[in-house]
Design a protein around this ligand. Structure first.
Ligand code: DGL
Length: 270
């Protein structure tokens, strides 16, 4: 069946972190129905090979396409960096990744073109952000840093306090030295660390939350295609996890501010 304006938006992440994007979408467009898939059987993607990232991502894209989505948001930076073309082929609906919106917002905040990027090892290794930034502006100077300790810190709920602050200071040091004016939070989990990151980076450095930018881009993409849901009703929310749905529900409650009503288990074939 052809998707219509009433069809849901698919949101995909390697795990829980993409709930930051789901939240941003729900805030901006409460009338839209959202179906979220967390690939908890395979998380983290950030330490996997490009082949594995593309394989897992396309399985999820096919599953969500089968749920009749009208558009797919790839909330995961690692998937957006490595697997967008493969996801587009599998999804057969418009696909929005987080890299382009993040890069555009960073340049708007730092017109000088001195931008920092933080993300998983795989995202930093892909150079997807520096390439997107260079396409948008000549002569950009990008300082990238993988921050592998941030994902477990966020999942533990250590969003502030001395441990998070010490780790943030350590990761921020080369970015400070490079004199960046904006830092792209190039990973789903990092918006929870905005406070400690802002302090570690010091005044005058703007933090770019790709979740917000991606929600804005999604709204524009739907409007362009005449696919915005009718106003005045609240959209449905549906959650799937490929493993341990109870854990997803428990940790998701912390990240969303309230527990998702139900998280369904959906095992995807390898
Ligand atoms: N969702 C991933 C990202 O945004 C972070 C967690 C992972 O490594 O899978 O890059």
């Amino acid at each position: 069946m052809k998707p219509s304006a009433r069809s849901p938006i698919g949101v995909f992440d390697s795990g829980l972190g993409g709930l930051t994007v789901l939240k941003a979408l729900a805030r901006r467009m409460p009338e839209e129905s959202l179906v979220y898939f967390g690939d908890t059987a395979h998380v983290p993607y950030g330490t996997k090979s490009p082949e594995a990232i593309a394989r897992y991502s396309t399985q999820v894209a096919r599953f969500l396409a089968g749920r009749g989505i009208k558009l797919l948001v790839v909330a995961c930076n690692t998937s957006s960096a490595w697997a967008l073309p493969a996801i587009r082929r599998a999804a057969k609906v418009p696909v929005i990744g987080v890299v382009e919106p993040g890069a555009r917002a960073a340049l708007a905040a730092a017109p000088s073109g001195r931008v920092g990027v933080i993300g998983t090892e795989a995202t930093v290794a892909s150079r997807a952000y520096p390439k997107a930034l260079a396409r948008l502006k000549r002569g950009v100077r990008v300082e990238s840093r993988a921050c592998p300790l941030f994902v477990p810190l966020v999942e533990e709920g250590w969003w502030s306090g001395p441990v998070a602050a010490a780790v943030a200071r350590r990761y921020a040091a080369p970015l400070r030295k490079a004199g960046v004016k904006a830092v792209i939070l190039g990973c789903t989990h990092y918006p929870y660390l905005k406070g400690v990151l802002a302090r570690a980076l010091g005044r005058g450095v703007r933090l770019i939350d790709s979740a917000e930018e991606t929600a804005a881009e999604t709204e524009r993409a739907l409007a362009r295609r005449g696919l915005r849901a009718p106003m005045g009703r609240r959209g449905r929310r549906e959650f799937y996890a490929s493993d341990a749905p109870e854990r997803f529900r428990r940790l998701g409650a912390r990240m969303l501010g309230r527990a998702p009503e139900k998280v369904k288990l959906k095992v995807l074939d390898d």
